[in-house]
Design a protein. Structure first.
Length: 281
């Protein structure tokens, strides 16, 4: 839905928005976290993200597109108009100012924030949840979110001092998954873990010193599971409060797996282990 009844023309006397047009200036400010929090809006850059937003986001306020991008993605602009979302043509320079990439795609959606309360994200009977604890790199966070979506996770919780899920790089790295999976933010990791247990989930983390392993079919991974993934530099401490640490064995000489690889193994291991009749389609 849209929050405005504006026509598709950018404004009186002009057919194209420039980098100085007030709505473009306002959208540019959304690159900053403080402005996203203040306005309750964020940018979804690129055809993939904009398309996912138009399909699944509760609110899309506006779609910006250069003339070339609008022609290339005509189906997206028509879908936006069908939802009553204003479609505004912008200059290439305006698109570059709104983009955080080296090569702007020329199409962006201004969306309402998509995160929900933790209780809402964990409502019902979740069987697989990813908890991001202190992950600061937005690319890593978005990749884990994408993996969680692919593995059929029921929710993703951003807990503690973790990057904003609406960060532009995180949105792009999620490849649309930000709009597919319930996402919640919880400032206190302990509160997030208590909410998971209250929802009937057993909470696991990974540690190189754990005595049991995470592998498909392991009986200790059967049933509703929440995986906690720690910061890139420090991982999880023993005091994190998970129910059990499991090991991901390293058979070669690598020091460890990176965050995204470890998350993929853990989430898919749970998906493979869980009984098919208990997984949603």
């Amino acid at each position: 839905m849209s929050d405005t009844g504006d026509t598709q023309r950018p404004g009186a006397g002009s057919s194209v928005f420039t980098e100085r047009t007030p709505r473009v200036v306002a959208a540019r400010r959304l690159i900053r976290r403080a402005e996203r929090t203040k306005t309750g809006r964020f940018l979804a850059e690129g055809a993939n993200a904009a398309g996912a937003a138009l399909e699944n986001a509760p609110v899309v306020h506006e779609l910006f597109a250069t003339e070339q991008a609008g022609n290339r993605h005509r189906e997206l602009t028509e879908r936006a108009r069908g939802r009553g979302v204003p479609v505004s043509t912008i200059t290439e320079k305006a698109a570059a100012g709104l983009s955080e990439t080296v090569t702007p795609q020329g199409i962006l959606a201004v969306c309402g924030l998509v995160d929900v309360p933790v209780e809402t994200a964990l409502a019902g009977t979740p069987r697989l949840v990813a908890v991001l604890a202190g992950i600061t790199d937005p690319g890593n966070a978005g990749t884990v979110l994408r993996t969680a979506d692919a593995a059929g996770a029921d929710a993703v919780l951003f807990a503690g001092q973790t990057v904003d899920p609406h960060n532009g790089k995180c949105v792009r790295a999620s490849a649309g998954s930000l709009f597919h999976v319930p996402v919640a933010r919880e400032p206190e990791l302990g509160s997030a873990l208590r909410a998971c247990r209250d929802a009937g989930l057993r909470v696991f983390g990974t540690s190189g010193t754990a005595h049991r392993f995470a592998y498909p079919g392991a009986e200790w991974l059967a049933g509703p599971t929440a995986w906690v993934f720690g910061s890139e530099a420090h991982g999880l401490s023993e005091a994190t409060g998970v129910d059990e640490f499991l090991a991901l064995p390293v058979y070669g000489r690598a020091e460890s797996l990176n965050l995204a690889a470890a998350a993929s193994i853990c989430l898919y291991t749970s998906a493979f282990t869980d009984k098919p009749e208990n997984r949603h389609a």
